[in-house]
Design a protein around this ligand. Structure first.
Ligand code: ZN
Length: 368
């Protein structure tokens, strides 16, 4: 991105304010009966007015035909190259459950798996054990494996068979192959360092893997090992302040979005649960920041559940709160999503994402 070279030179700090509203997974798909998308179905007079006054279009979060995860989708929305700026899967998993990572920590996604006595993986998800069982196992493992060679080990339940593992200590590096054979019927793969820096961390992980198997052997559970995946560290990326000279704040209810924002050096507004809380927080913080990132999660969650009506209701809920923007002046307002999550497809999709851009100086188009 050529912008990165010239922006720091030409940006002048001013008093203008920017608001980015992300309706996660807002892009939809026509309903099989009505032929209308979630946005077309929702009654949303306020958003319609903003669309009429502003400039509209669609955006492609990563590349044409690519279905983004929310992590890369947001990295792109914040103006970082989502392909160059890779946030490792382990790091994303940890940010997603609200673990505060420091630069030296190594973050890993774990899958409880079933293995036989020859270390052959017979079930990569350990029969999808319940979250409750996962929590019990994590509490036993955390009690028994606290530290290896002076490096502290933290374990946390994510959901069902998934957990997160963080190594905390000096001189840790993440360039290590995974032990996940990717297929059942194959043995655990040996963890291997991909560079000399990562050799120490590899030895620690091998010991961790061994101790986990020993502890799980003694317990009545299908989980007999942990597949270690997405071994990674926080990426080195310029903060929002460095990149844009903007004093930014994140207003979100879900941990992952706060985690990514924290990684970019934004302040995090805590304590928001509902859309209403978020708009009230925006009003409260208005005088303190230049850039506001306001994130709405439910449009995506209901899209993933395939709940068309609930996604429509969430859009209507946002619409009923968005009039509050009248109380504030934004030089630039963008309302968009990080990817599409059509309820009809029950998941993220590659479809382009609708966008409204509005500024006192914007030239309206024909789109209403
Ligand atoms: Zn998303």
């Amino acid at each position: 991105m050529g912008y990165d070279k010239i922006l720091p030179e030409i940006i002048r700090k001013n008093d203008n304010k920017i608001l980015l509203v992300v309706l996660d997974g807002i892009g939809g798909f026509p309903h099989i009966i009505t032929g209308k998308t979630e946005l077309e179905t929702a009654k949303k007079p306020n958003l319609d007015r903003l669309a009429e006054e502003g400039t509209c279009g669609t955006l492609i979060p990563i590349l044409k035909g690519i279905t983004p995860g929310s992590g890369p989708g947001h990295v792109g929305l914040f103006g970082y190259d989502p392909i160059e700026t890779l946030i490792g899967r382990g790091t994303l998993e940890c940010l997603g459950i609200g673990i505060d990572l420091s630069k030296e920590d190594v973050a890993i996604r774990g899958n409880f798996a079933t293995i036989d006595e020859k270390n052959i993986v017979t079930d990569r998800r350990a029969g999808r054990i319940s979250t409750e069982e996962n929590m019990k196992l994590i509490s036993i493992l955390s009690e028994k494996i606290k530290e290896i060679s002076g490096v502290k080990i933290y374990l946390q339940t994510v959901k069902e068979h998934r957990c997160a593992i963080v190594l905390k200590g000096a001189g840790l590096y993440p360039h290590i192959t995974e032990n996940d054979p990717q297929k059942e019927g194959l043995p655990l793969k040996p963890l291997e360092a991909l560079n000399t820096n990562s050799e120490k961390t590899t030895l620690i992980l091998k010991e961790f893997e061994k101790q986990v198997i020993e502890v799980l052997k003694t317990l009545d559970t299908k989980a007999k090992a942990i597949l270690l995946r997405g071994i990674s560290q926080l990426p080195e990326i310029p903060t929002f302040e460095e990149k844009y000279k903007l004093n930014a704040v994140c207003i979100a209810a879900y941990p992952m979005y706060k985690g990514i924002s924290r990684l970019l050096g934004m302040d995090i507004a805590e304590g928001c649960e509902t859309v209403e809380d978020e708009f009230e927080m925006l009003l409260e913080l208005y005088s303190k920041y230049d850039f506001f990132f306001l994130h709405i999660k439910k449009t995506d969650s209901y899209g993933e559940d395939g709940n068309f009506q609930a996604k429509v209701k969430t859009i209507e809920d946002v619409d009923s709160k968005i009039w509050q923007l009248k109380k504030m002046k934004f030089e630039s307002l963008a309302i968009t999503g990080d990817h599409s999550t059509p309820s009809m497809l029950k998941g993220h999709s590659w479809h382009p994402v609708p966008l409204i851009l509005k500024s006192p100086n914007s030239i309206p188009d024909d789109i209403k």
